[in-house]
Design a protein. Structure first.
Length: 226
């Protein structure tokens, strides 16, 4: 457990104990980072292996660069960063540096208002044509504002599976490859988060070592004077 900045260590023994705690926390964080890298590597290997199987099932011409949809599309998932780096105002605590409280989260992209308006306009256009046709047939004039469409809930554009650009019925190998690459994205975000924590812990250990060395010099100087 790293030392608390509310009660910073003061004596040489407390500083050494705090350094030991920081080293243990650093090793635990480094182990978590290594596990995240191994998990990312495993997902990538599975994804590429299943992708090769899908190419055999569909043919090399069906799964390749010529089949990619190069149109501009929004990403389905986004990375959000929550929290901030806390810095204490205490002079003694400032020497310990800052604690990273940042969290990297992978979430679904929220629907944009533009896409919702596109869906509403596309869904309302046939109704407009029908209303104009009924007016030509002698039915009541639909020129009055339509309040039902405005009160209807806003609908979002459904996400189309990226696998549809390769085949209408993707084989299991292609679906498994897509799942593996999706898991690889999550593992990559976790890897970045662990890497940031490793750097923070390394800086904390470096600062604490300097404090221990300074305290040891002061202790040795006091013994010589005494």
């Amino acid at each position: 457990m790293p030392p608390s900045f509310d009660n910073p260590p003061a004596t040489l023994a407390e500083l050494k104990d705090a350094l030991d705690d920081l080293l243990e926390d650093y090793l635990d964080t480094l182990s978590a980072y290594q596990q995240a890298r191994d998990l990312l590597s495993s997902h990538l290997k599975t994804g590429y292996f299943d992708l090769a199987r899908a190419k055999v099932a569909l043919g090399p011409g069906r799964v390749g660069q010529s089949s990619y949809d190069l149109g501009e599309n929004e990403s389905l998932r986004v990375v959000t960063i929550e929290g901030e780096e806390e810095v204490s105002q205490d002079k003694g605590v400032k020497e310990n540096g800052r604690i990273s409280c940042l969290r990297y989260l992978l979430d679904l992209r929220p629907a944009s208002p533009e896409s919702a308006r596109d869906v509403d306009s596309s869904s309302n256009s046939p109704a407009t044509l029908r209303r104009r046709t009924t007016a030509a047939d002698g039915r009541p004039d639909p020129s009055t504002p339509d309040t039902t469409s405005s009160s209807a809930p806003t609908r979002t554009r459904p996400h189309v599976s990226p696998l549809a650009q390769f085949s209408a019925f993707p084989p299991p190998a292609l679906r498994s490859s897509a799942d593996a690459f999706g898991n690889a994205v999550e593992a990559a975000v976790r890897c970045v988060e662990c890497e940031a924590r490793v750097r923070d812990r390394a800086r904390e250990v470096k600062r604490m070592r300097k404090r221990v060395e300074r305290a040891e010099k002061e202790a040795m100087g006091g013994e010589v004077v005494g």
